[in-house]
Ligand binder design. Structure first.
Ligand SMILES: [Fe+2]
Ligand SMILES: [Fe+2]
Length: 139
């Protein structure tokens, strides 16, 4: 495992973040009714978190000597609210796994501050997952 492997991993995380920003923006537009009002609020807040993650990853990748991606990871446009939120939950859980894995890699390379920050981001995504799980439970 090298610094290049870590840069590649962080670029995959960055593509996922850009994808999430677009997915949540799109889904907010597709959220209707009384529940839609609450969902739009939640998406709005989470988009800010994901933008913060994307900005951090961009800076870190440059600092490590890499070139940050500006291409979002593609996502499926799910039909219906439940399928949409279940997809979001799955993606957030994937993000937790990836950040945890890359935090470990950063630690192995002696990049302790980066390790801690990536662990914190894993915790942010776990929090997003928890909120989504509560909503999906009520559908
Ligand atoms: Fe994120
Ligand atoms: Fe998230």
């Amino acid at each position: 495992m090298s610094k290049e492997d870590l840069i590649q991993g962080l670029n995959e995380d960055l593509a996922a973040e850009w994808g999430t920003v677009i997915r949540y923006t799109y889904q907010a537009g597709k959220s209707f009714g009384v529940l839609g009002v609450e969902l739009r609020e939640m998406f709005k807040e989470e988009i800010q978190d994901e933008l913060g993650h994307a900005a951090f990853l961009t800076d870190v990748i440059i600092d490590l000597g890499g070139e940050p991606t500006t291409m979002p990871k593609e996502f499926t446009k799910s039909e219906g609210l439940k399928a949409m939120l279940e997809l979001d939950l799955e993606m957030e859980q994937q993000d937790v796994e990836n950040y945890t894995k890359h935090a470990q890699m950063a630690g192995d390379l002696g990049l302790i501050e980066l390790q801690m920050k990536l662990e914190e981001m894993a915790a942010d995504e776990a929090g997003h997952g928890r909120e989504l799980r509560r909503i999906v439970k009520g559908l």
